[in-house]
Design a protein around this ligand. Structure first.
Ligand code: ADP
Ligand code: ZN
Ligand code: ZN
Length: 794
């Protein structure tokens, strides 16, 4: 059983005789854990379990008649749990939509006949005859202990209903004429109105809610009409669908260019063959990759199989869903975390029941129950958001490959700036390379100018946030009726508050990071744990009042731009402005329609959008990422710059990009200036080889957490010993050391890195190590984080 509780492994339970329901792998089971009941997923029949049968606890309930999870998802999740050394419960919890599983609640019940004497604080008097849930009673369990011991009360776990259930509605249809039916009398006007409405709706019937919307409360009259045998009622399930505004008058699909053809043909060929094949579609920004995906999806549907389409950003799914629906019709399900739980549940089941033939979604959709899978598309495959940075830590891009292989399906990874891993795989033949070397209509890539901020400083003697040349270019373009984007990859107003007397910075109380000042809330905020407090009046270290807010985030940038460009129609896009459910896509849609003409924001402005009006893109602090001690920092910098540069000049007018930086001669910067992927890759792959980083080794990052440095040091040394022993001489086990982010949410963090030539051996060794550590109580997912194929090492 995979149970969503903080343990690493699967748990074993007995199925008592006479318990009905499916106990096959993939079905849900309700089981006791401690004093609670939780819903888990059966992962195997328990053969080989080491616990004696008579010590096993019984399964409480088997809610499914048939397995909820299809076999391919079951085996994918099992594989992933092992490969990523992930807690099994967390891995399986990720395969079903949230809110489906039932949770237990503790009921507090009075024991009949027990003496009533109030108990501590009159507690007993607050417990009604029929009992009350512990939560509603609002006291802790320990407060009830003495009452429980005295036999006055009893605590009993009960299941609460699932938070998310199918939604039903009543449909009314006109009954066929029969001798028993009686027309309503003339004075029953409401009944007559309803009857006319239902009859006009035809054989499909009409929802009772719609009748009420139009006519007001009608239920009594409806009941009367049913009694007269004039209406028949049926309960049907209604699907909750995310609303997608369809563009009016869908345009005919464009004719593929010869380059697009050359990419589509091999995809069509393997789709027809129904074999596994993996492709890397490397196409410069604006080369028309989306059209290649759409053609492949159409072909896949024609061959009778279904498709999965993964994109990195939720904001992108909304824009893309519109086009997909216009183009491919209604058989589309959308899955991402900002859908409401009801919608998400229904979309999931539409896929599970085969009603949706295309599933579009973010990371978690790689585990969607698409049956008869023929194609998986992963757009912007290099994007860090495919990596889940909490348990279960998996990379959806890599799971897409595994899943496609199992399904004998075709998989396409697409990017203008492939990850170093994927491009290396293409060069070595593990992925077939398809290229789109030019923009559509041979539009030129935007011209990139580097602005050396060291030189600007020497010339002007002051720090500029937006340099004069960039200001001028933006002003120029806006005056011509064109649009501009300015990227500053840091949110908030000022990232650092520093004391001018002693140099101390205002740090989070629980994490080893500086607090960021957010002007909209007038608060200092921790971007890691959400801790917030007021702006410091004086230095927390020396008491001086000379505390200044330095540096700039998007909030300050917005303020500066409002001052410099009062005429601009400005919009800001970052996590703070995009809080609302659809706010990010709203902000983008308004920019797309030209209602705004200057968009500033974090990396959210860099991704995937196709706005033909944009002709100038500015990037501020472009080298900020380079100073982060991560082996991927050059790659990230190059990708971000190339992506954002790709937003410029996609329409008829030529595009321009201005990049402000200090380290203008770093290879990530010079290659980005030329938008030359190969030049970047050549340098980067050499660095990875020399430093023994992926793709030349498989890497795992182990983080040990503890409440105090003493406990942490002790624990990390034990973990280190066990890992080192299991890893053997063929792997490098580095550390232990203090993690780059030394403290997070009040817990101290220590790090061990493991490098191995073989992925399989790495996972085997780590699984063995975890098993050994479990015996010593050192493998709780709270204290031990294992990150296989990490994207970030902090
Ligand atoms: P990419 O994802 O490679 O950056 P897009 O897929 O966004 O590029 O395509 C860029 C633009 O080119 C879009 O506006 C798209 O509608 C258009 N386009 C794509 N293919 C064609 C084609 N064959 N003919 C005309 N326009 C096309
Ligand atoms: Zn100070
Ligand atoms: Zn914090």
């Amino acid at each position: 059983m995979a149970v969503p509780v903080p343990v690493r492994g699967a748990l074993t339970y007995a199925v008592p005789d006479g318990l009905e329901g499916s106990s096959e792998p993939g079905a849900r089971a309700v089981v006791p854990v401690g004093r609670r009941l939780v819903t888990g997923i059966i992962v195997s029949d328990g053969e080989g379990a080491t616990i004696e049968p008579k010590r096993l606890r019984d399964t409480t309930d088997l809610p499914d008649d048939a397995p909820l999870l299809p076999p391919d998802i079951l085996s994918l999740a099992s594989w992933a749990a092992r490969y990523y050394v992930a807690p099994v419960g967390a891995m399986f919890a990720a395969t079903i939509p949230p809110g489906v599983s039932r949770r237990s609640e503790v009921m507090v019940l009075r024991q009949p006949g027990a003496a009533v004497n109030g108990g501590p604080g009159g507690l007993l008097d607050r417990i009604p005859e029929e009992g009350v849930s512990l939560r509603d009673l609002g006291v802790s369990r320990s407060a009830l202990r003495s009452l429980e011991r005295s036999g006055a009360i009893r605590l009993e776990p009960v299941l609460r209903g699932a938070r998310v259930k199918p939604k039903y509605e009543t449909i009314l249809r006109a009954a066929a004429a029969s001798p028993g039916s009686v027309e309503p009398p003339a004075r029953a006007t409401r009944q007559k109105e309803i009857l006319a409405l239902v009859r006009s709706a035809g054989s499909g019937g009409i929802r009772s809610s719609e009748i009420e919307d139009r006519l007001g409360p009608s239920w009594a009259a409806i009941k009367a009409l049913i009694g007269r045998k004039l209406l028949v009622a049926a309960r049907i399930e209604v699907e909750r669908r995310p609303s997608i505004a369809c563009p009016s008058g869908s345009a005919a699909p464009p004719e593929p260019t010869p380059h697009q053809r050359a990419a589509i043909d091999p995809l069509a060929a393997v789709l027809d063959r129904r074999d596994y094949a993996a492709f890397l579609l490397k196409g410069v920004t604006g080369s028309g990759k989306t059209e290649v995906y759409l053609r492949a999806i159409e072909r896949c549907l024609e061959t009778g199989r279904n498709a999965l389409y993964l994109v990195p950003e939720i904001a992108l799914t909304a824009l893309l869903a519109r086009n997909l629906r216009a183009r491919l019709g209604d058989g589309l399900a959308i899955l991402h975390s900002s859908l409401g739980p009801g919608e998400r549940f229904d979309e999931w089941r539409r896929a599970r029941q085969g009603k949706a033939r295309i599933v579009l979604g973010a990371r978690s959709a790689v585990l969607a129950p698409v049956e008869n899978l023929g194609l998986v598309v992963v757009d912007e495959e290099q994007d860090a958001s495919f990596k889940q940075e909490e348990d279960p830590r998996y990379n959806a891009r890599d799971l897409a490959l595994v899943r496609a292989k199992e399904a004998s399906a075709c998989v396409v990874l697409g990017s203008a700036t492939p990850s170093v891993e994927s491009y290396q795989a293409a060069l070595s033949g593990r992925l077939s390379l398809l290229t789109l070397p030019h923009r559509i209509f041979d539009r030129p890539l935007a011209r990139v100018t580097m602005i050396d901020m060291r030189e600007r400083f020497e010339r002007t003697g002051r720090e500029e946030l937006i340099s004069a040349p960039l200001q001028e270019a933006v002003r120029d373009r806006l005056a011509r009726g064109e649009q501009a984007i300015i990227l500053l990859n840091r949110r908030g107003y000022a990232p650092v508050s520093i004391c001018r007397s002693c140099g101390a910075t205002d740090q989070c109380r629980r994490c080893s990071v500086s607090l960021t000042y957010h002007r909209s809330e007038d608060r200092m905020l921790c971007h890691y744990c959400g801790y917030r407090r007021g702006k410091p009046e004086r230095c927390g270290t020396c008491g001086s009042e000379k505390v200044v807010l330095t540096g700039a985030g998007t909030e300050r940038l917005e303020e500066r731009i409002r001052a410099s460009f009062p005429e601009a129609r400005l919009a800001r896009l970052d996590r703070d402005t995009a809080r609302g459910r659809l706010a990010a896509s709203d902000i983008l849609a308004r920019f797309e329609r030209g209602e705004t003409n200057l968009l500033v924001g974090t990396q959210m402005v860099a991704k995937g959008h196709d706005f033909p009006g944009v002709t100038i893109v500015g990037v501020l602090s472009a080298d900020a990422l380079l100073s982060v001690p991560e082996f991927r920092s050059s790659e990230r910098t190059f990708q971000l710059l190339t992506q954002v540069a790709g937003r410029s000049g996609r329409g008829a007018a030529e595009g321009e990009v201005m990049v402000q930086a200090y380290h203008v001669d770093h290879y990530a910067m010079t290659a980005a200036a030329k938008q030359d992927y190969e030049a970047f890759f050549e340098k980067e792959i050499r660095f990875r080889r020399v430093m023994k980083y992926p793709p030349f080794v498989a890497l795992a990052n182990i983080i040990v957490h503890a409440a105090s440095p003493e406990a942490g040091v002790r624990r990390v040394h034990k973990v280190f010993e066990v890992v080192k022993e299991r890893a053997g001489p063929s792997m490098a086990v580095l550390g232990p050391s203090v993690a780059p982010l030394a403290r997070l949410k009040g817990r101290y963090r220590y790090q061990i890195l493991v490098k191995s030539a073989s992925r399989r051996k790495l996972s085997d060794a780590l699984n063995e190590a975890v098993e050994a550590l479990s015996e010593g109580g050192l493998a709780s997912p709270r204290d031990l984080v294992i990150d296989v194929d990490p994207v970030s090492l902090s």
